[in-house]
Ligand binder design. Structure first.
Ligand code: OGA
Ligand code: ZN
Ligand code: ZN
Length: 480
């Protein structure tokens, strides 16, 4: 049974409880109920619910979590250290401010102000909120913008605020939860605290490098590896087994592979009738992969299983962010073309399926703050047609060439010959990769091919998700 089905089924179990919103506050769950709703004994209610998801919803194991259970669990699972600081979790007072239409909640170290409409919208009762998926079940249609409290009360020894609203609805708000929803500039997202650090040729000796076993077995190593990927866009792993399928296992540590027209994973080796120039022994100019997708894979990984021993088969990498910064400084008039004119890319090939993919992208994309966001360069799959006025062609080629030169600038590019057991992961929106050509020796037949890499793609949404989960696991708190 799928998790979704399980969620639907529990609504019938849940129904009788939803009428007891107000009594729950004063009638705590019995021990057996708590035991039933405790799957792992891990540090927080939050993780516990996530774990339930993976139980795949057998009826007996699915938790019925009421608001008082939520409050109790939050305090039950507090660590000893947190308990010592219990006073900062205990609400000192809470009161409605009708003039400002907000509720003022005071802790010993923080005064929070929570607008009435926001509080009603975020009621934590189980009519309005479904804890196992942390989702609002109340509909916007039922939200009265003029709602106001009839009473605001602090309960459960300072661990709960209860509001009785003008329409009679009763809302409980656990103290911990409410404190984390503060309307200040605190950003709880660990991925937002990282910034992208641009690099040049010196980076060849500084590529963040991790051991395969560590990344596979230690949360903090996995987190550091992913952080490096966010910050530098290029990270290395050493000591990976010399077999196919390793990247799939690594992907599973993060999330899952991004399926593309090249399948769940792909072998990079020299083939006849190749569906990608990468599957030949030819040199590949520095490029990002798959720019013919409107939503291109965020990260690419290459795992070296066999490498040519003689010259050839080296990889080149360049930081597109650094190249874009240089072009903006040195050729501002062309930068405009790079950020406005769309270049067509396309793939017509047969691989995992038959495809004719096409998309047009600007050479450089900026974010809403005017900062570098992504770069699209791949001369291998740049389309022959250009959807631009014929008079503009020469100027656009000039811009393409200037960007090319900035990327290939020797101050910018690094050369790395991947060794067997090494995995390179790179930000496919930012870091360009290329390859020197090599000679294929097949004297001993297929198995003696001189070079074999395996590749996969991953997406940033899932990477950021894993980073948040690890951060929550290591710190024991989450903003729910
Ligand atoms: C690729 C690619 C480079 C290599 O598979 O996308 O660019 O080293 N491969 O073979
Ligand atoms: Zn409610
Ligand atoms: Zn590539």
């Amino acid at each position: 049974m799928s998790v979704r089905t399980a969620i639907l089924r529990t609504s019938s179990l849940k129904a009788p409880l939803s009428n007891s919103v107000c009594t729950r506050v004063t009638s705590p769950l019995t021990t057996s109920q708590l035991v039933r709703s405790s799957s792992t004994g891990t540090a927080s209610y939050f993780l516990q619910n996530r774990n339930f998801k993976s139980v795949k919803g057998t009826k007996a194991s699915w938790p019925i979590i009421t608001n008082s259970a939520l409050t109790q669990q939050l305090s039950r699972h507090a660590t000893t250290a947190a308990k010592q600081k219990a006073d900062t979790k205990q609400i000192v007072s809470a009161a409605a401010n009708d003039k400002r239409k907000w509720v003022e909640v005071m802790w010993s170290d923080y005064l929070g102000r929570y607008p009435y409409v926001w509080m009603r919208d975020n009621c934590r009762c189980d009519e309005c909120y479904y804890p196992s998926c942390h989702s609002r079940s109340m509909l916007m249609a039922n939200l009265d913008l003029d709602v106001h409290p009839k009473s605001v009360e602090v309960k459960e020894d300072g661990h709960l605020v209860e509001i009785v609203w003008s329409d009679g609805h009763i809302s409980p708000y656990p103290s911990d939860w409410l404190k984390l929803q503060r309307f200040d500039k605190t950003d709880y997202d660990p991925t937002k605290k990282l910034s992208k650090i641009s690099w040049g040729s010196e980076f060849v000796n500084e590529i963040p490098t991790f051991s395969f076993d560590d990344v596979m077995t230690k949360s903090n190593a996995l987190q550091e590896w992913l952080k490096g990927l966010v910050e530098y866009g290029l990270v290395k792993i050493t000591g990976a087994p010399l077999e196919l399928g390793v990247l799939n296992k690594l992907c599973r540590k993060v999330a899952f592979e991004r399926l593309t027209c090249y399948g769940h994973d792909f072998r990079v080796e020299s083939l006849f009738n190749a569906s990608s120039l990468a599957y030949t022994s030819k040199a590949l100019g520095l490029h990002v992969d798959l720019p013919f997708y409107g939503y291109r894979p965020g990260v690419q990984m290459l795992h070296c299983i066999k490498q040519v021993e003689s010259k050839g088969g080296e990889n080149q990498f360049a930081d597109g962010k650094r190249a874009a910064e240089r072009v903006l400084r040195e050729h501002p008039e062309l930068f405009d073309i790079m950020t406005k004119v769309k270049i067509d890319f396309r793939l017509i090939a047969t691989d995992y399926i038959d495809v004719h993919l096409q998309e047009a992208q600007t050479m450089i994309e900026l974010d809403e703050n005017g900062e570098f966001k992504s770069l699209a360069k791949n001369d291998q799959v740049r389309a022959p047609y250009m959807n631009i006025p014929v008079e503009d062609v020469a100027k656009v080629y000039k811009a393409m060439k200037v960007l090319h030169d900035a990327i290939y600038d020797e101050r910018n590019m690094i050369d790395v010959k991947l060794q067997k057991g090494e995995i390179m992961a790179f930000d496919n929106n930012r870091v360009l990769h290329g390859r020197s050509g090599y000679t294929v020796s097949m004297e001993g037949g297929e198995d003696s091919k001189s070079r074999l890499l395996e590749g996969v793609f991953l997406d940033w949404d899932e990477i950021y998700s894993r980073m948040r989960l690890i951060d929550e696991e290591l710190r024991g708190t989450a903003r729910l």
